[in-house]
Design a protein around this ligand. Structure first.
Ligand code: HEC
Ligand code: HEC
Length: 441
């Protein structure tokens, strides 16, 4: 009897090994569907570039990618030494871009809202950061929307949830609106390069020749910007160019779905493949989450709650960020419409949508499946026509969650993190409590 069982097992294993020859029908189905959705009928359309294949990565106007810029940006992004323009001495040198865009949290903050200057603590993954005692709520560096993930932002031509940065693409025709923080668009740059000029200022980072010299960065700026006259080489523009070059290389190109596209059919499980099939067909996700990066610079209202309703600091019902694209354009038809975000590596910062209103990928999928807006402030005529009941079964929702949480999860983002920054400081945070949490002392 035992032998018979063993024999059956061996026969079964042998059969499943020979599946090399017998292709999985699910693979063929998914391949066919992706071919249909690809503008050139080729599934390679969905493959993200390799991070060092610069010609294949979308580049910003005036900012061609070079290894030197990427290397410099990779340090500046984590450099807590730049945090020299903090409101109080206690905040100085304690935060970086990565405080709100943690690689281990899919380049999101690991909590519902990012806190840079005036924040304290890290926890395991950003979740236990709070306010420093001596800061008032209006003094801390927070914003009225959850930080966006920075994975695959090379494919984002107009940045922020409202798409307000960037002179071209979605913002052609909005020139008369470019004032205050968006005045920078008048330089004619694309979203990343424009935004990050403002970003270092808003996030209270000191970018002067003297300070960069103190921290030891001048030689790296020299190597990255040899074509810039010395008088124009060490400033917010060049820092932004380096940061943007680095951000353009942050590609989730090792996620199982990406490896599947490149021919490794066994890296996705059957449920993930079924989930992918749902994503690209019945569930309709592909209508807005497009291309290899599964985002788009299009704006849609899904009627989710805002950050002031879910416990954000220093925000409220009048926060311009609640209005999405409409907060920038002031047009009634754009009100409450938000840019379609990328959705790779979503599982380690469980605060979804611009107001951090949902806390698991299952809850996100159930929200799309119900198709009933949560937020009564959003007028019905602004809600996307694609947001409607999907009639997915419980098992289908499970498969879709498998695809999102594993198929779209690049497990090796540490490759984008430097070993150390030039100041020698702890990073991404450097306040005493974070240092203890991060094991820096
Ligand atoms: C206090 C937290 C915080 C810090 C620090 C921070 N960010 Fe952000 N980041 C955000 C928030 C919030 C958003 C979304 C803002 C919005 O939509 O209005 C965002 C959005 C972005 C985006 C737009 C992404 C997209 O898809 O549109 C980029 C790029 C970015 N940040 C880069 C940076 C860089 C570079 C730094 C360091 C100079 C930085 N951030 C520091 C909170 C932060
Ligand atoms: C009508 C266009 C549209 C469709 C269809 C759509 N999405 Fe989205 N998706 C968006 C927009 C816009 C947001 C951001 C909305 C907000 O925060 O206000 C978003 C957010 C998300 C998020 C959260 C991302 C983040 O940064 O918090 C996930 C995950 C997601 N979508 C997955 C899906 C899945 C799965 C489907 C299919 C069931 C789907 N989407 C269908 C437009 C769409």
């Amino acid at each position: 009897m035992k032998h018979l069982l063993l024999l059956t097992l061996v026969a079964f294993l042998a059969a499943s090994c020979s599946s090399d020859e017998l292709p999985d029908p699910l693979d063929i189905q998914l391949e066919n569907r992706l071919q249909q959705l690809s503008p050139d009928g080729d599934i390679r359309y969905f493959i993200l570039p390799e991070s060092d294949d610069f010609p294949a990565i979308p580049q910003g106007r005036g900012n061609p990618l070079t290894p030197e810029k990427v290397e410099l940006g990779k340090l500046l992004f984590y450099e807590t030494g730049l945090a020299a323009d903090a409101v109080y001495a206690e905040g100085k040198g304690t935060y970086s871009c990565a405080t709100c865009h943690l690689p281990t949290a899919g380049f999101m903050p690991g909590r519902g809202q990012g806190i840079a200057d005036g924040g304290v603590g890290f926890g395991q993954n950003g979740e236990s950061r709070g306010m420093m005692n001596n800061y008032e709520e209006e003094e801390i560096d927070v914003q009225g929307a959850r930080p966006l993930s920075l994975l695959n932002v090379a494919f984002v031509t107009n940045t922020t949830w409202s798409g307000k940065f960037g002179a071209r693409f979605a913002n052609e025709g909005t020139e008369e609106l470019w004032k205050d923080d968006t005045e920078v668009n008048n330089l004619g740059l694309d979203g990343l390069e424009a935004q990050n000029i403002e970003g270092t200022r808003i996030h209270r980072m000191r970018i002067t020749k003297e300070w960069l010299d103190t921290l030891g960065y001048l030689p790296l700026f020299d190597a990255a910007f040899p074509d810039f006259p010395e008088s124009e080489r060490y400033n917010r523009l060049t820092a932004s160019f380096a940061l943007s070059a680095y951000l353009r290389t942050l590609l989730a190109n090792e996620a199982p779905f990406q490896r599947w596209l490149k021919g490794e059919q066994n890296v996705m499980s059957e449920p993930e493949k079924r989930g992918a099939m749902l994503f690209f067909s019945k569930a309709g996700c592909y209508r807005c989450h497009k291309g290899g990066s599964l985002n788009s610079v299009e704006f849609h209202a899904l009627g989710v709650h805002d950050l002031y309703e879910t416990g954000g600091f220093n925000t409220g019902p009048d926060d311009i960020r609640n209005f999405g694209r409409g907060g920038f354009t002031q047009r009634q038809e754009d009100m409450f419409k938000f840019k379609v975000p990328g959705i790779y590596n979503m599982k380690e910062s469980p605060f979804y949508f611009h107001g951090s209103s949902h806390h698991s990928l299952r809850a996100v999928v159930e929200y799309f499946n119900r198709g009933i807006p949560d937020n009564p402030n959003v007028p019905e005529e602004n809600i996307s026509p694609y947001f409607h009941p999907l009639n997915l079964t419980d098992a289908e929702m499970e498969d879709l969650v498998e695809f999102l949480s594993h198929g779209l999860y690049d497990p090796n983002l540490e490759r984008y993190v430097p070993d150390a920054v030039l100041s020698g400081n702890c990073f991404p945070n450097n306040d005493p409590l974070s240092r203890a949490h991060l094991g820096c002392e």
